[in-house]
Design a protein. Structure first.
Length: 222
């Protein structure tokens, strides 16, 4: 059954409005987000605003500091494409090596991880998106027998987690990622390493490109 996403709520609309301003550079990094003034400006109550700020904190756009409240976080986008390109090369190689060695138990783990991502998408659980995505990719690569490469890939996932969540939030990335994970899992079950590697590479590169395009659109800068 296709994953469905939640309808737009007041919290969604509030998060979209605040996210758009942060990404567009209306508020520099470190700017305080004073809830009372912001709620009045947006025409919402404090409750959906607090929920929206928690969501934006999960995306890495806001930092909630003790005794200071919410402030705008620094956007680590300067080397975003390089990080996604590194991931694409390493992970395509891992997929190519792993797929011929997969077992039925591996197939089950990959499927479970893919469903975990779909459930996070359906629930709109922004904080869980990055972890669920990582679980899917690592389940696919575990059979490659390349522990050092896998260790590097795990570090790259940690570095791109915030960027991934931002990309998924700014674009139609969640639906697309669900479809692409399914296609990768099908290629893996068919024991087609070349197709699996190509799909993994395109999946990661497209995510990086989508993020760059979304940021350019929101900021008005190429």
């Amino acid at each position: 059954m296709p994953a469905t996403l939640p309808r737009l709520t007041l919290t969604d609309a509030t998060a979209d409005a605040v996210r758009g301003r942060i990404v567009a550079g209306a508020w520099p990094a470190g700017s305080p987000l004073r809830q009372e003034a912001l709620a009045e400006e947006l025409g919402v109550s404090r409750i959906p605003l607090r929920e929206a700020l928690r969501r934006l904190e999960a995306e890495g756009l806001v930092v909630v500091q003790p005794h200071r409240g919410a402030v705008v976080a620094e956007l680590p986008t300067g080397d975003a494409l390089e990080l996604f390109e590194l991931r694409a090369g390493l992970e395509a190689d891992l997929a190519r090596r792993a797929v011929p060695r997969l077992t039925a138990a591996d197939d089950a783990r990959i499927r479970a991880a893919a469903l975990g991502f779909e459930h996070a998408a359906t629930a709109g659980d922004v904080a869980a998106w990055g972890l669920a995505n990582r679980d899917f990719h690592l389940a696919l690569y575990a059979a490659a027998g390349r522990p050092r490469t896998l260790e590097i890939v795990e570090r790259l996932h940690a570095q791109t987690d915030r960027l991934l969540r931002l990309q998924l939030a700014l674009t139609d990335g969640v639906r697309r990622a669900v479809r692409e994970h399914r296609a990768i899992a099908v290629a893996a079950r068919a024991r087609d390493p070349r197709r699996a590697a190509a799909l993994v590479r395109r999946h990661i590169l497209d995510a990086g490109t989508a993020l760059a395009d979304a940021l350019a659109h929101h900021t008005g800068r190429p």
